[in-house]
Design a protein around this ligand. Structure first.
Ligand code: NAD
Length: 380
């Protein structure tokens, strides 16, 4: 059985689907691995390292995509420079595993159906204990939470830690994290390690203990409605609840040196948590890092992919932060992919078993049909 690793053509994408260590493990299991020439270059893994791991380097993308059983990627497939769709290079019946953004860009599902490809979307791996080692949303969100704090610290015209020096005492920076999911919790831990005083807010009360165990104060807003949906995700809350939370968080935003926002609701535009009025109340020199920039932003003033200064406040809307740490991002993603491959491969042959809840949830297209109702709805 052959597995192929594509070179990413998305300009902002520096990650690679498999690093040489994971290739070596797959080769040891008796699988054949092809790697497109230069696929690991932007993650600092050269072709020679893949050859040493037992892979075959393939220069022709058409051959690599067209002659493999399983194609592994990071970013969703897109149109190539020659005008052809990457998906159209796959042979009928092949398996594609990648981030596919099927709810944000459902057209990709139609293209996969047309090509009769079996596609597994890494965004749709269930967030369950059994699927933890395959959970690429978590592995990548954790990198983003860490990097967001470093970006904020670099942009802040102040120290993060409290310092007592011969020239006087420096007060610690006040950091407010909004959204305490995987990225938010890593941001709390990182800001604490840098010595900041940290507060965090989330509409899901279940995260209170986790926030406190990391040494941060939990800002609690008691709401009259259920805020947690199936799978532990946040629900979209009512207008009245939004108003209530905004009244409470406004004071914390105003008093913070750094605000890091990470709040998302799957399949929807990100909720606005920081209004322009709140930004206007912040001290000049304060910094906002908005990790939801790509989904429209949690701050009303965010411009995706840009650093702007608004009323003296620096607002940073980074895109694809995990890609800025491609060595470890690729290492973790490789582990997520190889764990998923273990479910799909039995006795060196592919077996797409839909009675397995992980495969059932992640597989969006198979045998010329869209299998996921939310993707079907998104296409309407
Ligand atoms: P996410 O990226 O979807 O959202 C980030 C955080 O923002 C979440 O904590 C969410 O509650 C919060 N949020 C959403 N709307 C908000 C609002 N209006 N105001 C304030 N906060 C808001 O979340 P995620 O990090 O992907 O995690 C999603 C869920 O999956 C969580 O319950 C998490 O614990 C769970 N999870 C479980 C496992 C596992 O069991 N293996 C692994 C990872 C995540």
């Amino acid at each position: 059985m052959r597995i192929a690793v594509a070179k990413e053509i998305e300009v902002c994408e520096r990650r690679v689907a498999l690093n040489p260590d994971t290739v070596a493990r797959l080769v040891k299991q008796g699988l054949e691995v092809w790697v497109e020439a230069g696929a690991g270059e932007r993650s600092f893994f050269d072709d020679a390292a893949y050859v040493a791991a037992g892979a075959t380097i393939v220069g022709d993308a058409g051959k690599l995509w067209g002659e493999t059983d399983v194609l592994l990627k990071v970013s969703p497939p897109q149109e190539r420079e020659d005008g052809r769709l990457e998906i159209d290079l796959l042979r009928e019946g092949a398996v594609l595993i990648s981030f596919l953004n099927p709810l944000g860009n459902p057209v990709v599902a139609q293209q996969l159906v047309n090509r009769k490809v079996t596609a597994l979307s890494m965004e749709l791996i269930p967030r369950t204990t059994r699927a933890q080692s395959m959970d690429a949303l978590s592995s990548q969100a954790s990198l983003a939470g860490y990097k967001a704090v470093l970006i904020a610290a670099a942009a802040l015209p102040k120290y993060f830690p409290m310092l007592t020096t011969a020239a006087g005492t420096i007060a610690p920076a006040k950091v407010f994290i909004m959204g305490a999911g995987v990225a938010g919790l890593q941001a709390i831990a990182t800001a604490r390690r840098l010595g900041a005083v940290v507060e965090a807010f989330d509409i899901r009360p279940a995260v209170k203990e986790e926030v406190q165990s990391l040494g941060a104060k939990f800002v609690e807003v008691k709401l009259e409605e259920e805020t947690t949906a199936q799978g532990g995700y946040a629900k979209e809350i009512s207008e009245a609840s939004k108003q209530r939370t905004q009244e409470v968080v406004a004071e914390h935003v105003k008093n913070s040196d750094v605000v890091i926002t990470t709040a998302q609701v799957p399949g929807r535009k990100a909720p606005v948590l920081v209004t322009a009025e709140m930004v206007a109340q912040m001290k000049p020199g304060s910094v906002i890092v908005d990790l939801a920039a790509e989904q429209g932003g949690n701050c009303a003033c965010t411009e995706p992919g840009k650093d702007i200064v608004w009323n003296g406040v620096t607002i940073i809307g980074p895109i694809n932060l995990p890609s800025s740490m491609p060595v470890h991002a690729s290492q973790l993603y490789s582990k997520n992919l190889t764990s998923l491959l273990q479910l799909l491969i039995k006795d060196k042959a592919l077996q797409v078993d839909f009675t397995d809840d992980i495969i059932d949830a992640a597989c969006i297209t198979h045998a010329g049909e869209i299998r996921n109702q939310r993707v079907k709805d998104a296409l309407q």
